[in-house]
Ligand binder design. Structure first.
Ligand code: SF4
Length: 426
């Protein structure tokens, strides 16, 4: 799509990450990109370039799920929706398989296995062109066991006889992971403010039943563009004028589609079986179900469901895979094409490291070592004391740690622009 819009005369500046927003008066007035050429100690290197201040009459936030700018904006300007946002972690692999294993266009969705019935999640199997298969699994981040490893669960998923039959003898091509915003219509933040609009996954526009959000992301971008055009013609980019974007969302098929599944994810708050009953009721009532809205408690966060089953576990016993059908996390990271400049400040900022090496060890057993699908966090011993090592260059930018850390002391910041996974073709 980048190529298409450039042909229309639009300038695209890739490899620049938005590090902060320019706040002015009651709203925003643009973005400041990150400084480039800073070493791991925060000192400027020879190629240091300070961030650019990009001013705009209207700034559109399209950062995907758990965007670092959007997160701060929603909190600072109190834009929260009725329900707190809820997230799942999605893990995906692409495989090339022997001819005849799967039809092009095959679509398969699964629920549950290998997850237990207290968890919410499932997988997909899509037959792509030229004997390529997309396989993946999404798990809600409100599970109980702090040592649960979503990457390992996905690897087990591939050992199901039906999936094994498709991919055995094939070759892993690509790997990726990303959070998905499950909250739906009732978790939508107010998507407009003075000088700003929020679209796509950042605006909670994912269809949580179908796990699809690209179509709503594109449509919301189109509606935002119409709104901005009208606002610029009228010379008024205030929140009152930009609220037309909300009206356009309400009048579009986005509302119709998301309204029908507005309580879908919340239905599974108490596990699979009650979720199936609630979602069946929603199916026949057009999304209303037994309770509408199905509300999470105000301030609810996924990690609040974690059991406090702490303690250090010998990491050498962790799942390694068989190297043919199943893999360890580092092999998968290799297939994500992830690259970061090594000599830069760590973009995963632990604001209170003492909590990690003391309370978190005892209370939760450092779940960051388990929920991260890229082996970024490693708790080890140094001079007889626990120490957290952060292998930030492995990070596949899924944002799970920013959501699932039980003390909320991990902050995902933008790394130097251009770094990260290569998800082309994913
Ligand atoms: Fe995902 Fe955080 Fe691990 Fe990066 S460090 S891969 S954002 S969980």
């Amino acid at each position: 799509m980048g190529g298409l819009v450039e042909k229309k005369g639009v300038n695209l500046f890739t490899s620049f990450a938005g590090a902060s927003l320019i706040e002015e008066g009651p709203g925003i007035a643009g973005v400041i990109t990150e400084d480039k050429g800073v070493d791991k100690n925060g000192k400027p290197k020879d190629n240091f370039t300070p961030g650019y201040e990009l001013r705009a009459k209207v700034t559109v936030l399209a950062e995907g799920p758990r965007g670092s700018l959007t997160k701060n904006l929603v909190s600072r300007f109190k834009l929260d929706g009725l329900n707190p946002q809820a997230y799942g972690i999605g893990i995906k692999e692409l495989w090339d398989v022997p001819a005849g294993r799967i039809e092009t266009g095959f679509v398969g969705h699964t629920l549950g296995w290998p997850l237990d019935s207290s968890m919410y999640g499932g997988g997909w199997i899509y037959g792509l062109q030229q004997n390529r298969v997309s396989l993946g699994m999404v798990v809600a981040l409100e599970y109980h066991n702090p040592l649960f490893d979503p990457h390992e669960a996905f690897q087990k998923y591939k050992t199901h006889p039906h999936i094994r039959r498709i991919i055995e003898g094939g070759k892993l091509i690509r790997y990726g992971a990303k959070t998905v915003p499950y909250g739906g219509w009732y978790s939508m933040p107010r998507p407009y403010l003075d000088g700003g609009l929020i679209i796509g996954d950042s605006g909670s526009l994912l269809n949580s039943q179908r796990l699809k959000g690209i179509h709503t992301g594109i449509k919301s971008g189109m509606l935002a563009a119409e709104t901005i055009y009208e606002a610029l013609c009228a010379g008024d980019t205030s929140a009152a004028r930009l609220s037309n974007y909300s009206a356009k969302l309400e009048a579009s098929w986005i509302k119709k589609e998301l309204w029908a599944v507005r309580n879908f994810h919340q239905a599974f708050a108490h596990g699979l079986w009650s979720g199936l009953v609630h979602s069946a009721a929603q199916f026949v009532t057009g999304g209303r179900g037994f309770v509408d809205p199905m509300r999470a408690k105000p301030g609810y966060q996924e990690y609040s469901k974690l059991n406090r089953d702490g303690g250090l576990v010998d990491q050498s016993t962790r799942f390694k895979g068989d190297g043919a059908l199943t893999f360890d996390r580092l092999t998968d990271v290799y297939h994500s094409g992830t690259r970061h400049e090594e000599d830069q400040p760590c973009h995963l900022v632990v604001t209170e490291p003492n909590i990690c090496v003391d309370r978190c060890v005892r209370e939760y057993g450092n779940p960051c070592q388990y929920f991260c699908p890229a082996a970024v966090y490693e708790m080890g011993m140094e001079k007889g004391a626990p120490r957290l090592k952060i292998n930030f260059s492995n990070c596949v930018h899924c944002k799970t740690c920013d959501v699932a850390d039980p003390y909320q002391v991990i902050e995902w910041k933008v790394p130097e622009g251009g770094g990260g996974p290569n998800y082309e073709g994913m």
